[in-house]
Design a protein around this ligand. Structure first.
Ligand SMILES: Cc1cc2nc3c(=O)[nH]c(=O)nc-3n(C[C@H](O)[C@H](O)[C@H](O)COP(=O)(O)O)c2cc1C
Length: 340
């Protein structure tokens, strides 16, 4: 298996982790990540969660495919068997990923029945054993994305214990989704909005574990809010839904504001690059929709945004990409009309 790690990603991944786009199942696939990377070359991107068993038992290596441009890139694994996870992590390393992240936050029934995801918040020793096994089989960062607790757990009590265990296992970086997961009675979608956000507990964890690189996740919807969190001592911020739904608003100034890199790309520049990517994808036999479904929010909030979405939705099952040029022309037209 040839590693696709690029020299560029020998960069300090901890620095990239100051801003990351969250792992989102069915959303942050390779096409989405390629799109997000057009906005920001510094941020850390995450795959969707991939079950360790799918790699180790199912040999579903196609799930690991990505473009080299996506670095720095973290592979998120789901699992709770230390041997299986360590094998899956090694497979991830052989594919050139820059970080392996363990999912301890997903509340779905399917994941619970495999005894992984958020239910692992109840078993910090097992999480630590899994992390240690992965760490021993790889040379890259092993990180954990967790909740502040599940069900009737008291975060003030269990979160320090959880972090203590995984930090003893050699994990130096953690992402905390700052709300509980309710394992019975709430859907995964409800579990992303019903349990209240509690940023204070995350700030307290940073005070208590100053050497741990802690990223906060959940409900962050602007770069101003990211900066406020940095001012409160948080090391990194991970954004999910708003980065996906309003990519231009959230991602286009990340490199300038968070990483002091003076490059801002306009949505039209991004649309041009995505056209080449889309063309290549279709020439290789892919369907336009596989790419365009992730970029419907590109002009969110700008004149013509509705037309953009409309043209993409009606054209994306076509065999050619003429609809894409029509969509772009419609947006440009709307913007010009507004400016006139
Ligand atoms: C469609 C969708 C799929 C998700 N899939 C995953 C996943 O595979 N792994 C994971 O750790 N979190 C997953 N999440 C949770 C996000 O990573 C994130 O923790 C959550 O959306 C809160 O962040 P936000 O308020 O910035 O969106 C998913 C979220 C969404 C919206």
């Amino acid at each position: 298996m040839a590693s696709k790690k690029s020299n560029k990603t020998e960069r300090n991944i901890e620095n990239s982790a100051r801003f990351s786009v969250a792992p989102m199942m069915d959303w942050t696939d390779r096409h989405c990540r390629y799109f997000h990377r057009r906005f920001t070359s510094n941020s850390l991107l995450y795959t969707e969660m991939i079950a360790a068993a799918a790699l180790v038992k199912g040999r579903a290596y196609h799930l690991l495919d990505y473009s080299t441009e996506e670095h720095p890139l973290a592979l998120q694994l789901g699992g709770s068997d230390p041997i299986e996870l360590s094998e899956a992590a090694s497979i991830g390393v052989a594919h050139g990923y820059d970080e392996i992240n363990l999912n301890v936050g997903c509340p779905s029934d399917r994941v619970q029945s495999g005894s992984f995801g958020a239910v692992l918040m109840k078993n910090p020793k097992l999480v630590a054993t899994c992390c240690e096994a992965m760490r021993k089989s790889t040379s890259i960062d092993i990180t954990v994305k967790c909740r502040i607790g599940v069900d009737d757990q008291n975060p003030e009590q269990i979160l320090p214990e959880f972090l203590g265990h995984i930090s003893d296992a050699g994990v130096n970086r953690i992402i905390i989704h700052a709300r509980k997961a309710i394992l019975k009675g709430l859907s995964p979608k409800e579990n992303r909005k019903v349990p209240p956000l509690d940023y204070d507990i995350v700030f307290k964890m940073k005070e208590r574990f100053p050497n741990l690189h802690i990223s906060l996740n959940g409900g962050v919807t602007s770069l101003g809010a990211v900066q406020d969190l940095f001012a409160k001592g948080i090391d990194g911020v991970m954004i999910g839904r708003s980065a996906y739904q309003q990519p231009t608003q959230i991602l286009s100034e990340v490199d300038k504001i968070i990483f002091n890199d003076d490059v801002i790309k306009s949505p039209f520049d991004i649309a041009d690059t995505m056209r080449s990517y889309l063309k290549e994808h279709c020439e290789k036999g892919g369907r336009p929709h596989q790419v365009t479904r992730h970029i419907t929010g590109l002009f969110h909030g700008l004149p013509g945004a509705k037309k953009w979405r409309h043209y993409l939705s009606i054209g994306s099952n076509n065999d050619n990409i003429d609809f894409y040029d029509e969509a772009l022309a419609a947006v440009a037209n709307s913007i010009n009309k507004c400016a006139a």
